[in-house]
Design a binder for this molecule. Structure first.
Ligand code: SF4
Ligand code: SF4
Length: 312
């Protein structure tokens, strides 16, 4: 039976996910749990719902979702306000609530795709990409779908489509290297060089990530690798962390880093998923601090790009 991929979004005109104009495919499921994550809907490797509470019409007496849910997940308090038992919804396979909501408050945010369906979408977008563009596999963590991804990559390779990946590199080394063989351009996140701080911020240690990057460089891989860091005040914005990353990059002949200034664009999604957002009032970086870090990398012969200001 052919593999299927669980995908939570496909964006056809991405201009910040690699060279040129690209089609970005967002896989669901991630082995990390970054406290600042902008796409928390991508954490679970299964279909699930999100809720846009601010457009719910419960004040008008609507109770359609509660009546449709066969598992008793949705309740309404005495003041009428809706509440969801997320532990019940996490196990749901039927999503009876979604189609009954007259206001699109409830959204099923992950769909299943076959390899052929993905290739049809890529063929549709092919003419938009221009000379440098192509497809970017992102998420979530695309490596969690490696069996499906390898089939898509082989077909892209046959059609000479440029292939990029945004990954944590947190996967078994043999899986990581097998996928990377087909990749032309990669963003790999290195969130913190300190082992304990990496675990504290992301839920996992950084050893596997760093050793996978080292193995990739030793493998003779011919692609272009840009390390990425979401830069967060009080977590990974110290000079010490930057110097450790520079040392690692020098050791592995890596020359490009992309610092992404912390933002809160994912805040609404955390609310929609019923989760508390750790970084609601801290973590902000100043422009001056971003420039300071950029200079530090540049002074150590590393090309450092801030945000979308990249040469690709
Ligand atoms: S996702 Fe499933 S369990 Fe949750 S409210 Fe909808 S029907 Fe009920
Ligand atoms: S069906 Fe939709 S609008 Fe009505 S109460 Fe449920 S979520 Fe709100």
């Amino acid at each position: 039976m052919s593999e299927k991929g669980l995908i939570f979004d496909i964006q056809s005109f991405s201009v910040h996910d690699g060279p040129g104009c690209r089609t970005s495919i967002f896989f669901t499921g991630c082995p990390l749990r970054c406290e600042w994550c902008a796409n928390p809907e991508s954490w679970i490797k299964k279909k699930h719902i999100m809720i846009a509470e601010n457009v719910c019409k419960w004040e008008n007496g609507c109770r359609a979702c509660r009546n449709a849910c066969p598992y008793g997940s949705i309740k309404f308090a005495d003041n009428g306000k809706q509440s969801i038992t997320w532990d019940i919804c996490k196990e749901c396979e039927t999503f009876d609530c979604v189609d009954t909501c007259p206001n699109n408050v409830l959204k099923q945010c992950v769909k299943e795709y076959t390899v052929d369906e993905i290739m049809t979408i890529l063929r549709r977008d092919f003419n938009n990409w221009g000379a440098k563009g192509g497809v970017t596999f992102t998420g979530g963590e695309p490596l969690m779908h490696h069996e499906f991804l390898i089939e898509v990559l082989k077909k892209c390779h046959e059609r000479q489509i440029h292939k990029a990946i945004e990954t944590s590199a947190y996967a078994k080394q043999e899986v990581f290297l097998k996928i990377m063989k087909y990749i032309d351009f990669a963003f790999i996140d290195v969130k913190n060089m300190d082992r304990e701080k990496h675990k504290q911020g992301t839920g996992v240690y950084n050893h596997l990530i760093l050793s996978n990057i080292e193995a990739l460089k030793k493998s003779g891989w011919q692609g272009r690798l840009v390390l990425r860091q979401p830069t967060i005040a009080g977590y990974n914005d110290s000079d010490e962390n930057a110097y450790k990353l520079i040392e690692f990059m020098n050791k592995n002949s890596l020359y490009e880093v992309n610092l992404l200034k912390f933002h809160r664009l994912g805040l609404t999604k955390w609310n929609q998923l019923g989760k508390d957002y750790e970084y609601s009032n801290h973590g902000d970086m100043t422009e001056e601090k971003m420039q300071h870090l950029q200079e530090l990398y540049l002074n150590n012969n590393i090309a450092c790009y801030i945000g979308d200001n990249t040469p690709f």
